[in-house]
Design a protein around this ligand. Structure first.
Ligand SMILES: NC(=O)c1ccc[n+]([C@@H]2O[C@H](COP(=O)([O-])OP(=O)(O)OC[C@H]3O[C@@H](n4cnc5c(N)ncnc54)[C@H](OP(=O)(O)O)[C@@H]3O)[C@@H](O)[C@H]2O)c1
Length: 383
């Protein structure tokens, strides 16, 4: 029986992981979230044998946590500790760079890390891959695009890969001009056409920053140069990614957009298990492709630039974006200000070579301060 540690259990990835856990009859060892919310109480009641971890209990809320009724632990260090207990598959569905230390702990302990928290690799790619290599853990992607590539290159000689192509839905604003985007609201940006996800990744999908992160994630996961990682807009989200080989063969992984499929595969790999997933009806499909509009959505180019700069530049990219997305969702900046805040922060913060999680988090903190200053300096930032 597989032992699961589910980090970010109350979120979109976390709740879908728990559905998969039921179907696969896994033992859920731990569930972790940020706050002692009603959703966490409900999960604790549903999984009474699981230890419950709350990363950030508000002061004075210990009674609320204790009211959960299960074994419980508090604090960010408890999240890291449960990720580092040996013999588990750790599904990291935490949002943001807050997930980095737990990813490293899981790999250091030799655990399998089913990684949805792409920020771990974006912000701390060199640190995470070093932990995998020294700790002997397995790093298996949950992001649907990377799960697709993972499946497509399994058993292939890496030297035969000419390039990979990550697909992007294009988000809710595909086809719109910059003028039309000046007044879009958070509510409009949260309406993703094909996936239902947490708010941060949904906004990142609308700006194309999510695809920028996925390019950096692919670079670290598959050891590919940025010149061999391409992006194509595919609005139907049926093809999750493609791989082109040196002999001209192009393979693709298809399926209905359903995150339970890559979550399950990251848990069962290299085995497959039955799942109740809507079948693909090929005659009803119309699959279309277009290049990303990099003028209207500059975030993708910022991602390639930060990735190529290396060191802590991608950590700065991610932290600035976390701050900018939160400001947009609060109504403090406009949609088009998000990449501007990120660009200004990248210009101001000098990247260093990170050797540890602490180095990455130092760059993350500096970027947050710089981005917050940029936001405070002007509510209308567009150039
Ligand atoms: N959703 C998808 O379909 C999808 C697809 C591919 C990749 N991803 C990636 O998966 C990750 C999670 O995305 P999501 O859409 O599931 O996000 P979400 O719905 O917003 O859920 C985030 C989860 O993280 C928890 N959390 C936040 N800060 C934390 C902290 N400091 N310590 C411990 N837990 C913390 C939240 O707990 P509270 O509820 O207490 O705040 C919640 O359980 C992101 O990195 C995203 O890019 C998501």
């Amino acid at each position: 029986m597989t032992d699961l540690v589910v980090l970010g259990a109350t979120g979109s990835i976390g709740t879908q992981t728990l559905e998969v856990a039921k179907r696969l009859d896994c033992r859920v060892r731990t569930i972790a979230a940020r706050r002692p919310s009603p959703a966490l109480h409900a999960l604790a009641a549903e999984w009474p044998d699981a230890v419950v971890v709350v990363a950030e209990p508000a002061s004075g809320s210990e009674d609320v946590v204790a009211g959960i009724g299960s074994d419980w632990l508090v604090g960010p260090e408890a999240v890291v500790a449960v990720a580092g207990e040996r013999g588990a598959v750790v599904v990291n569905g935490i949002v943001g760079s807050a997930g980095l230390a737990a990813s490293v702990a899981a790999l250091d302990a030799g655990n399998r890390l089913a990684l949805a928290n792409k920020e771990s690799l974006v912000a701390g790619g060199p640190v995470v891959t070093a932990a995998r290599d020294s700790g002997g853990g397995e790093l298996i992607p949950v992001d649907s695009e990377h799960s697709a590539v993972w499946q497509l290159i399994d058993g292939e000689d890496p030297a035969t890969i000419r390039r990979i192509v990550l697909t992007a839905s294009g988000g809710p604003f595909r086809g719109m001009t910059r003028d039309a985007l000046t007044a879009v609201t958070p509510q409009e940006a949260l309406e993703h056409p094909t996936w239902t996800m947490g708010p941060r990744i949904t906004i990142d999908s609308a700006t194309l920053m999510n695809k920028a992160f996925e390019v950096i994630e692919a670079h670290h996961l598959f050891g590919l140069d940025y010149s061999t990682i391409d992006v194509v807009v595919h609005p139907q989200s049926i093809i999750h990614s493609l791989v082109e080989f040196v002999d001209g063969a192009v393979t693709a992984e298809l399926g209905v957009p359903d995150m339970r499929v890559p979550i399950q595969y990251a848990i069962t790999y290299p085995e497959r298990a039955p799942a109740r997933v809507e079948p693909l009806s090929l005659p009803e499909l119309e699959l279309t492709f277009e290049p990303p509009d990099v003028e209207t959505f500059p975030a993708l180019a910022l991602g390639y630039e930060a990735g190529r700069a290396g060191g802590t530049a991608p950590a700065v990219l991610n932290a600035a974006d976390e701050v900018a997305v939160a400001a947009f969702l609060d109504g403090r900046i406009a949609f088009l200000d998000i990449p501007t805040v990120v660009e200004r922060t990248l210009e101001e913060v000098t990247p260093t070579v990170p050797k540890s999680v602490a180095d990455v988090l130092a760059a993350d903190a500096e970027a947050r301060e710089t981005a917050s200053r940029a936001i405070a300096a002007g509510s209308r930032m567009r150039r």
